[in-house]
Design a protein around this ligand. Structure first.
Ligand code: AMP
Length: 205
């Protein structure tokens, strides 16, 4: 199955894509994760991506499209994949259409106010776990591995607001685009994590 997770930054795309990946047994491809790994490794791609990500801007289409096209051409994507954070522009969606037949686009709906609260409170661990300060009771340590939690630079409140503006201008038009294609399924992303996940599984059945 070939699935796209669409939604504003912090709508839960990464969290749910990680769970659905296990259920569907297909690769989870997050362009944001690919950029963060490259930033960590100090690669030329990482340096380029960082200059955009730190401002809350999008990495140029040509760069992202090439990365995703390369990744989707690998053997493990033959039986399906989950795209998380791609496409983010109409141009990316048009290019994707040339290389893959998408089965379903899950649109996680969360309003802006909740997004700003959620993302500005998000804390990460290097092991991949994600937390929110609202549930940490002042702790700064990962319950899974004991690692120290940190805030993504682009999760700071000002950058979140820029990212949301970019989302409304560049990415939200994809909602109509995929609705017209008959692929879009809205899921209320403001519910509890388990309820959102249950709704996603219903859509995928
Ligand atoms: P994410 O983890 O999906 O929120 O992505 C983090 C950042 O990486 C975004 O704010 C963008 O700067 C960049 N990025 C990720 N995916 C894309 C994409 N499909 N197109 C352009 N930039 C992207």
């Amino acid at each position: 199955m070939k699935v796209i997770f669409l939604g504003a930054p912090g709508s839960g795309k990464g969290t749910h894509a990680t769970r659905v990946k296990l259920a569907l047994d297909v690769p989870h491809i997050s362009t944001g994760d690919i950029f963060r790994e490259n930033i960590k490794g100090g690669t030329p791609l990482g340096l380029l991506a960082k200059s955009y990500i730190d401002k809350g801007a999008l990495v140029p289409d040509e760069v992202v499209i090439k990365i995703v096209a390369d990744r989707l051409s690998r053997e493990d994507c033959k039986k399906g994949f989950i795209l998380d954070g791609f496409p983010r522009t109409i141009r990316q969606a048009e290019e994707l259409k040339k290389i893959a037949d998408i089965d379903v686009v899950i649109n996680l709906v969360v309003d802006d106010e909740a997004i700003v609260k959620r993302v500005a409170g998000r804390r990460m661990c290097r092991c991949g776990e994600t937390y929110n300060v609202a549930f940490l009771n002042g702790s700064n340590v990962c319950a899974k591995c004991g690692g120290e939690l940190y805030q993504r630079d682009d999760d700071k409140e000002e950058t979140v607001k820029s990212r949301l503006e970019v989302y409304h201008k560049e990415t939200a038009p994809l909602i109509d685009y995929y609705r017209k294609e008959g692929l879009l399924k809205d899921v209320d992303g403001a519910q509890s994590i388990d309820k959102v996940y249950a709704d996603i599984l219903k859509v995928l059945q």
